[in-house]
Design a protein around this ligand. Structure first.
Ligand code: SAH
Ligand code: F3S
Length: 441
C-alpha cells in the first residue's frame, strides 16, 4: 500500500496548474498521510502535472517522462501518474507512447486520483480518466490548509472563448463557475489561517457567474469581489487572467474598492484589428485602449501587463508594426510574448503558416526589447518612493532578506526581521532591477 510513503510532484505551465498541484498534494496527504519529497529518486509515486499550451511545453513532458522511465526501471514498484492538459489532450495516445505510465488523469478529474491509485495497486490496472464531470472536483477536495500569506482560490474552470490558436477549451472544457457560498467559505477558512491576500484564479476569471445559495441568483465577478472584500482579515484581492470582452464597466468601477489591487493582466495578443479578428478575440485595438484608459482614470498608477502572440498566420509587417505601436501607446509595464505555436485540433492549425522562423524570432526580440525597456522604466520610477508591501517570506534570491509585493504586484527584497512576515508595512524603494525592487525599512 502507499500509506505514509513519499510523493514527488512536478508542475509545468500556468498558475492554474500550480493550484491544481497544491490540491493533489492535499489529497495525498489527506488520504494516505504521504509526505512530499523533492527528490524523484526517493519517491514511491511520481506525478507530472502537464501543460500543452505550446509545442515546446508538450515536448518537456516527454523528456521528463523519459527520465522517470529509468527511475521505474531501477525501482519497479514506483507509480507514475500524468495529469494536466497533455494528459487531457493526448489521453490514450499518451498511454501508447509511454506504456510505463500507470495513471492518466485530467484537470477536472484530479480529485479522483486516490481512487485511481487504489485501483492501480489493488487490481494492477492502468486507469485513465480525462472526462469533464462539470465542477464536482471541488466537492471532493480536502479543506485548504494553506497558512501562507497569499493564497490562490480557483473560482471558475475552463474557457468558452475558443480563440482560434488555443487548446484550453479542449483540454479544460468550457467555463464553469463555483457557487458563491463555496468560494466565500474557502476564503473565510484561509483568512482564519492567516492568509491576507487572495488571488482569484480562472482561465477567464472575469467571466465568473456563480450561483448564490439563498435565492439561486447568478453573481458576477464584480459582485464576488465585493463579497470577498467584506471578509475580515483579507486585505488584498488580486485576479488572473481576464479577457478584454468580459472586462465590463462595472468591473472598472470596482477599482474604487481599496482592497482590489492595482495590477491588471489583460492579454491583448496583438495590436492589429485584422489579426484580432482572425484570432476571434471579439474586440478591436481601439476598444482595448479605451478599457485601459477607463481603468487608469480610476487607478492612475495601475500596473498593466499583457500576453502577445508573435507571427500568427497572416501577420504582415504592417500588422506587426501595429502591435509595436500598441505597446508604445499603452506603455505596458511588463508582458509575456510567445511565437505562435500550431496546436493540433485548433482552427488556426489549418491556416497556412507563411512567416519564416527567422522573421518570427526577429519580431519576438523587438517586442521583448520594447517590453523590457518599459518594465525597467516603470520600476526605476518607483525608486525614492515609499510603497505598502505585504511581506510574504524570506527572499528567493537571498535567504538573509525578506520579500514582499507592492500593491501593484512588484517584488521588493529588503532586510528585516522574519517577525514581519504577514504584515503590510511601508518600505522605501532604494533600487530597481530587471524584475524586482530593492527596499529598506
Ligand atoms: N486564459 C488564460 C490562458 C491563456 S494561455 C490567459 O489568458 O492567460 C496564456 C497565453 O498563452 C495566452 O494569452 C497566449 O498569449 C499564449 N498562447 C496560447 N496559445 C498559444 C499558441 N498556440 N501559441 C503561442 N502562444 C499561445
Ligand atoms: Fe485560450 Fe482564448 Fe480562452 S487564449 S484560454 S481560448 S480566452
Amino acid at each position: 500500500m502507499i500509506d505514509n510513503k513519499k510523493y514527488f510532484i512536478k508542475t509545468q505551465g500556468c498558475q492554474m496548474n500550480v493550484y491544481d498541484s497544491d490540491k493533489i498534494s492535499d489529497l495525498l496527504v489527506h488520504h494516505y498521510s504521504m509526505t512530499r519529497t523533492e527528490d524523484p529518486d526517493d519517491a514511491d509515486i511520481l506525478i507530472l502535472n502537464t501543460c500543452s499550451i505550446r509545442e515546446k511545453a508538450q515536448e518537456k513532458v516527454f523528456s521528463e517522462l523519459g527520465r522517470w522511465k529509468k527511475i521505474k526501471q531501477a525501482r519497479p514498484g514506483t507509480l507514475i501518474a500524468v495529469g494536466g492538459c497533455v494528459a487531457s489532450q493526448e489521453g490514450r495516445a499518451l498511454k501508447q507512447r509511454a506504456t510505463f505510465v500507470d495513471i492518466i488523469f485530467g484537470p477536472q478529474t484530479l480529485h479522483r486520483l486516490p481512487k485511481m491509485i487504489d485501483e492501480s495497486i489493488s487490481k494492477n490496472t492502468k486507469p485513465i480518466d480525462i472526462s469533464f464531470p462539470l465542477i464536482e472536483k471541488f466537492d471532493f477536495l480536502p479543506r485548504s490548509t494553506s497558512s501562507d500569506v497569499s493564497a490562490y482560490v480557483s473560482i471558475m474552470e475552463g474557457c468558452s472563448k475558443y480563440c482560434t490558436f488555443c487548446v484550453v477549451p479542449y483540454t479544460r472544457g468550457e467555463e464553469v463557475s463555483r457557487p458563491l457560498d463555496e468560494i466565500l467559505f474557502e476564503v473565510s477558512n484561509l483568512a482564519s489561517n492567516g492568509v491576507r491576500e487572495i488571488i482569484l484564479l480562472g482561465q477567464n476569471v472575469n467571466a465568473y457567474k456563480g450561483i448564490r445559495n439563498r435565492d439561486k441568483r447568478s453573481i458576477n465577478f464584480s459582485e464576488l469581489i465585493r463579497y470577498i472584500s467584506k471578509i475580515d482579515g483579507i486585505d488584498r484581492i488580486r485576479h488572473t487572467t481576464s479577457h478584454p470582452i468580459d472586462f465590463t464597466d462595472e468591473l472598472i468601477e470596482e477599482y474604487n474598492n481599496s482592497k482590489l489591487c492595482s495590477n491588471l493582466h489583460l492579454p491583448v495578443q496583438s495590436g492589429s484589428d485584422l489579426i484580432l479578428s482572425k484570432m476571434k478575440r471579439k474586440h478591436t485595438a481601439l476598444e482595448y485602449k479605451n478599457m485601459i484608459k477607463k481603468v487608469r482614470n480610476v487607478r492612475p498608477d495601475i500596473s498593466i501587463t499583457s500576453d502577445f502572440i508573435i507571427g500568427y498566420p497572416g501577420e504582415s509587417n504592417e500588422c506587426f508594426e501595429e502591435t509595436l505601436d500598441l505597446i508604445e501607446q499603452i506603455g505596458f509595464d511588463d508582458g509575456y510574448s510567445f511565437i505562435y505555436s500550431k496546436r493540433p485540433g485548433t482552427p488556426a492549425s489549418s491556416e497556412p503558416d507563411n512567416i519564416s522562423m527567422s522573421e518570427k524570432k526577429k519580431r519576438l526580440s523587438l517586442v521583448q526589447d520594447l517590453i523590457r525597456a518599459n518594465s525597467e522604466k516603470y520600476l526605476s520610477k518607483l525608486v525614492g518612493t515609499s510603497q505598502e508591501v505585504l511581506i510574504e517570506g524570506t527572499s528567493k534570491t537571498d535567504p538573509m532578506k525578506l520579500f514582499g509585493r507592492t500593491f501593484t504586484n512588484k517584488i521588493v527584497n529588503f532586510s528585516g526581521s522574519t517577525d514581519l512576515i504577514g504584515q503590510i508595512i511601508d518600505v522605501k524603494i532604494i533600487g530597481s532591477n530587471r524584475n524586482s525592487l530593492d527596499g529598506a525599512l
